[in-house]
Design a protein around this ligand. Structure first.
Ligand code: NAD
Length: 481
């Protein structure tokens, strides 16, 4: 049986109180191992290890830090098959996706920040009225907390850890208790890459205990969090009296706006992906599809024809397009939304049911689902479902499309499909989101700012933005009168 232990001070350790959670394989519903159910004592031990390591790591040259991060990237790449299998088993995502997207991106996160830190610079200002020069020191914060969700487990964890370490901080990380296996495996690779002990510490367990202990730790001065909006609000409240730096990447309910003048085939194929990749469990999925009325009926038919071809199956099979949802409670939550369809004056056009897969009869599978809604105000269009469920509705004018897209509490990303340059620029300017994709979806360049507005979060990750988050700016003014 696999035991997902904490990784503290460069070694695997069982939780202080010897309490464990079940690790469940969502493709079969069976227990595959146990996960440390850590407490504040474990967090304290991790913090102390980080504090000690910070004395040296913060003084380690940028070149050396960069070299170690790059070695971690090499080792992730060298272990891609093993990590992909672990990720797929733990999370239910198709093995093909884990191998081609999740794990390569985890390596890329380390590789990218190993380079970015060598290019990071701060500002200086010459005199204005007096003989003085100002320059800014960008100093690491100390021990920082990184808390991540289950949907892209290693991808999103490393998206935080890599820049935090590159900037000279030590880390206490808390991966999601729902899918912690690859984070556990990462510890060993970091040791092999020569990351000094105590620089990265990984605590496993529940959000309300282990996660909360990180947020409430008086000396962990910055928290980078990705997860649900409600959890984000709770963390913001707990962190406020301690004046912590906070980065919050939260939920989304992203519009996918399709105009009749778009490149149709490209739009259709990409819309299938933006709707159902990772069982629709990506914060960036385009879960509200708005289609120009003249194209609406054709789109509906063609979209459903494409969806019928998607294979729901065991995540371990290369031919699977849609694997298992991450857990039984999550499957029940998603199916609960489907039950609300009639009362919300909506119609299921395709899907809506649980699927029983041969070899995984107790697994958490469901059909990709398309629901036609009569209003953007319904629950199905206002709340984050975070499963293989999209809604569609027609619009007639640009003004209406923009109003529908913005009429939601969230503001993470939006896609717009059009070949009209003026329209695409107008929408890019007016959409209330942190990210706009024109004629594409989830095309990522790690140098760009990443994050949301409204209930989708505060702050930006990516590029130099995140290196600024993980450093304190100190201005130095020298008078040479
Ligand atoms: P979640 O909020 O339940 O949990 C996220 C992490 O926070 C987990 O590690 C959890 O243990 C921890 N946590 C829970 N309560 C805590 C507390 N009180 N104090 C500290 N930590 C706590 O989210 P989830 O269900 O794991 O992930 C799904 C959500 O994440 C969705 O809403 C999705 O949109 C969002 N998400 C956002 C982005 C983004 O970049 N904006 C990316 C991926 C996922």
């Amino acid at each position: 049986m696999i035991a997902v232990k904490n990784y503290i001070n460069g070694a695997y350790q069982k939780p202080d109180r010897d309490l464990w959670l079940d690790a469940i394989d969502p493709s079969t519903g069976k227990v595959y191992g146990k996960i440390s159910n850590s407490s504040s004592e474990d967090v304290e031990r991790a913090y102390q290890a980080g504090k000690q390591a910070f004395k040296t790591w913060s003084k380690t040259s940028v070149e050396k830090r960069s070299e170690i991060l790059s070695k971690i990237a090499d080792l992730i790449e060298a272990n891609i098959d093993k990590l992909a299998e672990a990720e797929s088993m733990d999370n239910g995502k198709p093995i093909r996706l884990a191998k081609t997207v999740d794990i390569p991106r985890a390596a890329h996160n380390f590789r990218f920040f190993s380079h970015a830190i060598t290019q990071f610079f701060s500002e200086s200002h010459d005199q204005i009225s007096q003989k003085s020069i100002n320059f800014t020191l960008r100093q690491p914060i100390g021990v920082v907390g990184c808390i991540s969700p289950w949907n892209l487990p290693l991808y999103l964890l490393t998206w935080k850890i890599a820049p935090a370490l590159a900037a000279g901080n030590c880390v206490v990380a808390k991966p999601s208790e729902v899918a912690p296996y690859t984070a556990f495996l990462l510890g060993k690779l970091c040791s092999e890459a020569g990351l000094p002990k105590g620089v990265l510490n990984m605590i496993h367990g529940c959000g309300a205990t282990a996660g909360q202990a990180i947020v409430e730790h008086p000396d962990i001065k910055a928290i980078s969090f990705t997860g649900g909006t409600q959890t984000g609000a709770h963390i913001a409240k707990a962190a406020a009296p301690l004046f912590k730096k906070l980065s919050l990447e939260l939920g989304g309910k992203n519009p996918n706006i399709i105009f009749a003048d778009c490149d149709y085939e490209n739009m259709l194929q990409t819309t299938v992906k933006s709707s159902f990749t990772n069982q629709g469990q990506i914060c960036l999925c385009g879960s509200r599809i708005f289609v120009e009325k003249s194209l609406y009926n054709q789109f509906k038919c063609d979209f459903i024809e494409k969806i019928k071809q998607l294979k729901v199956g065991l995540p371990s099979e290369e031919s699977t397009d849609i694997g298992a949802l991450v857990s039984k409670p999550h499957l029940d939550k998603v199916l609960g939304y489907i039950e609300k369809t009639a009362q919300e004056r909506a119609t299921i056009l395709y899907g809506g049911n649980r699927v029983f897969v041969r070899g995984g009869e107790d697994g958490y599978y469901m059909q990709p689902t398309v629901i036609e809604v009569s209003s953007n105000d319904c629950i199905l269009n206002q709340e984050e479902i975070f499963g293989p469920v999209v809604t569609i509705m027609p619009f007639e004018t640009d003004k209406e499309a923009l109003a529908l897209a913005n009429a939601v509490p969230y503001g993470l990303s939006a896609s717009i499909w059009t070949n009209n340059l003026k329209r695409s620029l107008h929408f890019s300017e007016q959409l209330q989101t942190g990210i706009v994709w024109v004629n594409t979806w989830m095309q990522r360049d790690l140098r760009t700012p990443f994050g949301g507005v409204k209930s989708s979060g505060v702050g930006r990750e990516g590029g130099f933005e995140v290196l600024r988050f993980f450093t304190e700016a100190k201005n130095v003014c020298i008078n040479y009168e």
